[in-house]
Design a protein. Structure first.
Length: 453
């Protein structure tokens, strides 16, 4: 009846910790860094410490009956992880526990190298609002639910199916969406082909009576698949599900959705961005297959307001615009910056980017440089290492040197706010999956003061 989480502050781990707490288990954990999420967990009655020391493990958890859950981000030399292993405890990855929970549910899994967090969160909201309540493990904080965990007594489960470390192979869904399969995590897969083959393995695990909802032109092997396959697209009429009659005003979209059997008219999204129209088409398709009331879908889309750190508009005034986004892959950066350009075509865009991982920086330096040449001005921070040790010759400089715009600056994190105070900011976007989110509140405060002045 006790579960100890190593890396409890992670978005996926914290949702699982909340689930176990709600299920009646005694829950505690370790994380190396305090955060807003860990503060919320502590307020919910979960004991957390921040020094990797066996002496900090609560006494009641130091026995063989404690289940230990960890993520691949936890280093192999973790004192607490190795103590539990040497003590004979059952030690399991988060993905294995999530897979175990999913076995007893009708699982709707959203996979893809980008787009899965917004799409899965939107799907959970659609189901909740159209008479099909669901439990959901989300990869971000839903602004509608104000949480990364949604609980329901029904059999429906929505999960974000993470390709990192092949975690999604723990899932055998009834319905699955694949949003993208661009090369990523080559530190795990080695080659793009191997990554795509693993996506093929994932979709082959879909229940034979289920359905795969695949973005049009996403190239993954389908030779092992036994279920029905349908396609979706932003506006490609060759797809089974797509948007049409699309109109945009100030970044917000109105559109109709074509399905194989009917049309859903007069859809609007409560969050901006062209890419979110495509995410909405995928989420709507999955909701329909799950039995959602189609007459309520349009209203549900209109009231969906997004996910924190996913094209998250913080300020939008004639003087200043500030958007925060989790984008950390070149394709995501291009999509975010292009969407901002469409929203504010005549304004000056400043992008602040923190690269995530040495391996990703090394593998995609050229593509990063191309994406980061799209704004008018760039501030490039040092690499956020996450789980990695430095790699010789790999730094943000290898991206910086290839960026083609004239206004570009390398900057240390500690110097960022001072630098921003010297810049005449019009539209600014912070981008990255590291700890760049720690600047959201200070930048909001700084721009708020400028607006008042």
């Amino acid at each position: 009846m006790r579960v100890f989480f190593i890396g409890i502050g992670g978005i996926g781990m914290s949702a699982l910790a909340r689930y176990c707490k709600h299920a009646g288990y005694e829950v505690a954990g370790y994380d190396r860094t305090p955060s807003e999420l860990t503060s919320e967990l502590e307020a919910e009655g979960i004991a957390i410490h921040y020094d990797d020391c066996v002496a900090n493990i609560p006494e009641s958890f130091r026995n063989i009956d404690t289940l230990v859950v960890y993520t691949p981000a936890v280093p192999n030399d973790s004192n607490e992880l190795n103590w539990f292993r040497n003590n004979g405890n059952e030690v399991r990855k988060r993905s294995a526990i999530l897979g175990q929970i999913a076995r007893d549910k009708k699982t709707l899994a959203v996979a893809g190298t980008h787009g899965k967090t917004t799409t899965s969160t939107m799907l959970a909201w659609l189901l909740n609002e159209t008479g099909k309540p669901c439990t959901a493990f989300l990869g971000g904080i839903s602004k509608n639910f104000n949480s990364n965990l949604l609980l329901a007594t029904s059999e429906l489960l929505v999960v974000e199916a993470d390709e990192y470390d092949r975690s999604f192979l723990q899932l055998y869904p009834q319905i699955a969406i694949v949003t993208a399969a661009d090369a990523d995590h080559l530190d795990i897969y080695g080659t793009e082909k191997e990554m795509k083959n693993t996506f093929g393995q994932f979709v082959a695990q879909i229940d034979p009576d289920g359905v795969l909802i695949l973005k049009k032109d996403v190239d993954i092997p389908l030779n092992g698949i036994r279920c029905r396959t349908v396609s979706y697209s932003y506006n490609n009429s060759a797809a089974d599900f797509y948007a049409f009659n699309i109109e945009q005003q100030n970044g917000f979209y109105r559109f109709d959705i074509h399905t194989p059997n009917f049309t859903i008219e007069n859809c609007t999204l409560g969050l901006p961005g062209k890419v979110n129209v495509e995410n909405a088409v995928a989420a709507v398709a999955a909701a329909i297959f799950a039995g959602a009331d189609i007459n309520k879908i349009s209203q549900a889309l209109a009231t969906f307001v997004g996910v924190k750190r996913r094209f998250d508009v913080q300020i939008n005034t004639p003087q200043h615009v500030y958007i925060d986004d989790y984008a950390h892959h070149p394709e995501e950066l291009s999509a975010a910056i292009t969407s901002i350009r469409q929203m504010f075509p005549d304004r000056k865009i400043l992008a602040i980017f923190q690269p995530h991982l040495y391996t990703r920086t090394r593998d995609f330096a050229d593509q990063f440089a191309q994406s980061l040449s799209l704004p008018d001005e760039l501030i490039l921070l040092d690499i956020y290492p996450a789980r990695e040790l430095p790699i010789a010759g790999v730094s943000s400089q290898i991206i910086f040197d290839k960026v083609t715009i004239d206004k570009k600056t390398m900057c240390r994190k500690d110097d960022l706010l001072a630098l921003l105070k010297t810049i005449d900011i019009d539209v600014v976007v912070t981008l990255g999956a590291g700890d760049i989110d720690r600047f959201v509140a200070p930048i909001n405060e700084m721009l708020g003061e400028k607006i008042q002045d």
